[in-house]
Design a protein around this ligand. Structure first.
Ligand code: HEM
Length: 405
């Protein structure tokens, strides 16, 4: 006699294939879950088993601020994930818990402090003006992603860390290898070794020849025993990847959205003081990444949105979905550059809140402000639906952004 089917253990597990998405379309899987099953079990293309996905604004805040969820415990576990290899290295700030996490964040705090940000603001402004002049002198068309946003974000992160301009090409090749979804685990490890070797050498050099940059500060901290070499390398890699890739993609997407919402952009041009608010709305609206980032492990049974997540399970929060929660944002799928709701969660929440949020905001404001000011007739050089978008990589953004003026 056959046994009757047993009731399923826990809720259904949803497959999230993380397919290619055009433009700024929201991924249908987390979108549906936000509206239908805000605390759900998912299986991503790589890794093993299932994890929980939390999508509602208040639940996402709760989970990301709850110290009973650990990042350190993810190290060495084959958790279901978007990429075949783990992007964030063990020892990195993203995968540490207190007290290590607190120590690492303290070490980089001066780098993102008022003095350094003021300097960077001025240098970024000068660099953006200079780039704009080159484009104006050369004449249209131009690629805003490759000829404006990309090089500017690279300049900023190079200055912040102290990466010589001549090395940026190499670093950018490693970035592309590390962030591609089809990079195998072995290839990912090889790229990580190369980039780790590069930053270890740079830190050795800066230990003997210190300059006013982050790698010099970290090298000095290492000399006192305040951090280890793997921690130093992980920090440098994390900051480089974010500074190069996240900013390039998101600011290029912001420019695309301004160009495809001409009415709202005309109002913004007429009232430049509205730019910081517009940047925040763009951050809220843009689904910045393919798939979902770093999980946490529940160290106790944790109740979220009426569901008990058992101790030992992996949990993801999806910040872009929280930013579309209708309980917090009116008509959340509409871009509204005058919106005054939130705050959005594009930079995360809790202890792991983005260390570069202030820097990213200032880069976006300066780049978009410079474009609006110097290019009154700026327009896409091709129909919006023919723009190619990066697929198969962690951060979403246009391959190129051809414009004319
Ligand atoms: C618009 C661009 C950016 C966006 C949307 C963004 C967003 C995020 C998000 C969502 C997190 C993860 C929060 C979590 O783990 O729960 C994060 C973490 C982080 N970001 Fe950013 N980021 C951006 C730019 C930058 C820049 C420019 C830097 C520095 C150069 C940076 C440095 C970091 C670091 C170090 C962390 C890890 C913090 C920790 O785990 O304690 N980010 N960012």
């Amino acid at each position: 006699m056959t046994e009757p089917p047993r009731p399923p253990h826990g809720p259904v597990v949803h497959d999230w294939a993380v397919g290619p998405l055009p433009g700024t379309d929201f991924d249908p899987v987390p979108y549906r879950l936000l509206h239908e099953e805000p605390v759900a079990r998912i299986r991503l293309p790589h890794g093993e088993g299932h994890a929980w996905l939390v999508t509602r604004y208040e639940d996402v805040k709760l989970v990301s601020a709850d110290a009973r969820l650990s990042r350190a415990l993810t190290v060495g576990r084959p958790i279901t994930s978007t990429t075949p290899h783990t992007l964030a290295p063990a020892g990195g700030v993203g995968r540490a818990d207190p007290p290590d996490h607190t120590r690492l964040r303290r070490l980089i705090a001066p780098t993102f402090g008022r003095r350094r940000i003021t300097e960077l603001r001025e240098h970024t402004r000068q660099a953006a003006e200079a780039r704009a002049r080159v484009l104006l002198d050369t004449g249209p068309p131009a690629d805003l992603a490759d000829d404006f946003v990309g090089p500017l974000s690279a300049t900023v992160v190079a200055e912040l860390l102290g990466v010589p301009a001549a090395d940026l090409g190499r670093v950018d090749t490693w970035r592309a290898g590390l962030l591609a979804h089809d990079t195998t685990a072995a290839a990912g490890e090889s790229v990580k070794r190369q980039i780790a070797g590069y930053f270890a050498d740079l830190a050795r050099h800066r230990a003997d020849h210190p300059a006013d940059d982050l790698v010099s500060e970290l090298a000095a901290a290492r000399a006192t025993g305040a951090l280890s070499t793997p921690e130093l390398v992980s920090m440098a890699v994390m900051l480089t990847l974010n500074g190069l890739d996240a900013v390039r993609n998101i600011v290029a997407t912001m420019a695309y959205l301004l160009l495809t919402h001409p009415g709202q952009t005309a109002r913004l041009r007429a009232r430049p003081a509205g730019l910081p608010r517009a940047v925040d709305e763009l951050l809220r609206f843009i689904p910045q990444r393919n798939g979902v980032g770093m999980p946490r492990i529940a160290t106790a049974d944790i109740e979220v949105g009426g569901v008990t997540i058992p101790e030992g399970d992996a949990v993801y929060v999806f910040y872009p979905a929280a930013n579309r929660d209708p309980a917090v944002f009116t008509d959340p799928d509409r871009l509204d550059l005058d919106r005054d709701e939130g705050p959005h969660l594009a930079f995360g929440h809790g202890a792991h809140y983005c260390a570069g949020a202030q820097l990213a905001r200032l880069e976006a404001e300066i780049m978009l402000g410079t474009l609006l000011q110097h290019f009154p007739g700026l327009a896409l050089a091709r129909p919006a639906d023919t723009i190619a978008w990066r697929t198969g990589s962690v951060n979403r953004g246009p391959e190129h952004l051809p414009v004319t003026w």
